[in-house]
Design a protein around this ligand. Structure first.
Ligand code: OOG
Ligand code: NI
Length: 464
């Protein structure tokens, strides 16, 4: 039997093919890639030898050139279920649950991404995947029509379905089938100029919520953005106008800091694109706005405690940042986050961020009996003795408040509606067919594994 191609390879082939397709579809995306590559090169050139960026290690720098996240919006439980199988072929698994209803978006979501250290280092390709919540459409007739339209469509090719069965049966795909898989899977993410409904129906859905029209009226869940990772989002945002790109007025997420945390994002407005509606025997011209551009900067993953503090400070910052834009927004946000420690040692000692640990070359412990036995104290003692070093673990996930901000800036502020809070987490998982992974548990596991490896290397495994 021919050898199986690794999931990591299929993921990289797919993400590169997707990037090529999107660049051809949305030329501004190509411009954004050039701008980000430019800023990243400048940032690295000017960075001192040992700083928060390079401190994240060689693999972090190696992956940055291909690092992207994208987003799609699905219409039915069945689509989400099959999409999980598609991503599984690429070693991407659902992590986290994001409920966007409190922010006025009738969707809930997860992020498909690799979870193991090695896979993340090779290519951390992620796709923010939302599922439309039809039950939030108030108008009963409209809801029934949307459901009927969605039931009829098939967003996956027959060949892709066959390849998924084959993958499940054999546990992998050979080179030829992997190539076919990439080509077939890409079809699902392609843009369709032809709407599947007439203009009147489109406008009825659009009126209920712009997101509903975007999900229901097309052949498939077109990829709506692909986001490169910048090492300096402030510089990139500032340079955007010179490159003919108009960014949104504020950067989502935490403020600019010495020790970057979580995720900061900004986007440029969705394009108004020509589409065609079926109209009797002919077609009618119209436009649709869905696809946009976004950049992101990633920092340290926070522990539960750190995340709670972040959520509190962000909520409290609303009072002082409301209505502000650009630099004055960043200044107010910076002040609002004054109480959040901004150096690695304090983030670590206060248990606010996740770290991974490496043994330092030539390190030896001659008096293990003198070391503290309590875990955190032991870590600090080993760092103090230059036996190990700690590096922040990069945040690999998304932020619901930021995601809502990105959705809104692209759909228009008026798009936010008021939806009653209902617990829909279990509905989402039922559609998916599995439970989503807990991001905090994943970071904790990575941190603990690296520490165990250090203790082994230092001959201290008996200590914990
Ligand atoms: C997804 C928006 C969320 C992000 O980076 O937070 C997102 C969408 O518009 O479908 O991509
Ligand atoms: Ni995004």
């Amino acid at each position: 039997m021919a050898r199986h191609v690794s999931s990591d390879d299929i993921r990289t082939r797919f993400s590169l093919a997707m990037s090529d397709m999107y660049r051809a579809e949305v030329p501004q995306y190509g411009t954004l890639l050039k701008l980000v590559a430019d800023i990243n090169a400048q940032t690295l050139y000017h960075a001192p030898g040992d700083n928060a960026l390079t401190n994240q290690g060689g693999s972090e720098m190696a992956r940055i050139e291909i690092e992207r996240h994208g987003a799609i919006r699905l219409g039915t439980a069945g689509e989400l279920h099959t999409m999980r199988r598609v991503f599984a072929v690429m070693g991407m698994f659902p992590v986290g649950y994001y409920d966007l209803a409190p922010a006025g978006m009738p969707v809930h979501a997860t992020a498909f991404r690799p979870v193991e250290d090695e896979a993340l280092a090779l290519n951390p390709f992620r796709v923010f995947t939302s599922l439309l919540r039809l039950e939030l459409i108030e108008d009963e007739d409209l809801r029934a029509r949307a459901a009927a339209i969605l039931e009829r469509r098939q967003i996956f090719t027959d060949r892709l379905m066959t390849l998924l069965d084959q993958f499940d049966a054999d546990g992998g795909l050979n080179d030829e089938d992997a190539t076919a898989f990439v080509i077939e899977a890409l079809e699902t993410f392609r843009w369709h100029r032809h709407a599947t409904v007439d203009a009147k129906t489109y406008h009825a859905f659009h009126q209920a919520h712009r997101l509903i029209a975007d999900v229901v009226c097309f052949h498939g869940p077109h990829i709506n953005h692909l986001t490169p990772r910048t090492l300096d989002i402030d510089a990139t945002q500032q340079a955007m106008p010179e490159w003919g790109i108009t960014p949104k007025a504020t950067i989502e997420g935490p403020p600019r800091r010495n020790c970057p945390i979580l995720l900061r994002q900004t986007s440029f407005k969705a394009l108004e694109e020509p589409i065609l509606f079926p109209s009797g025997d002919s077609e009618e011209a119209g436009t649709h706005t869905a696809r946009f551009g976004e950049i992101e900067q990633r920092g340290a993953a926070l522990t539960r405690r750190g995340r709670e503090r972040y959520d509190e400070l962000l909520a409290a910052s609303r009072d002082t940042t409301h209505g502000l834009e650009g630099e004055s927004h960043q200044r107010a946000l910076h002040d609002a986050f004054h109480a959040f420690p901004d150096d690695e040692a304090t983030l670590r000692r206060e248990g606010l961020a996740w770290f991974d640990y490496q043994p330092l070359e030539g390190a030896r412990i001659d008096d293990p009996e003198a070391l503290p036995v309590e875990r955190d104290a032991l870590v600090e003692a080993l760092i103090e003795r230059n036996a190990i070093r700690a590096r922040p673990i990069t945040y690999e996930d998304f932020l619901p408040v930021s995601a809502a901000g990105i959705f809104q800036s692209n759909l228009g502020e008026s798009s936010a509606q008021h939806y009653a809070a209902t617990d829909s987490h279990s509905d989402f998982e039922a559609a998916l067919g599995v439970a989503v992974e807990d991001e905090f548990a994943l970071y904790e596991r990575r941190s603990e594994r690296s520490l165990t490896a250090c203790l082994d290397a230092l001959g201290l495994s008996h200590l914990v």
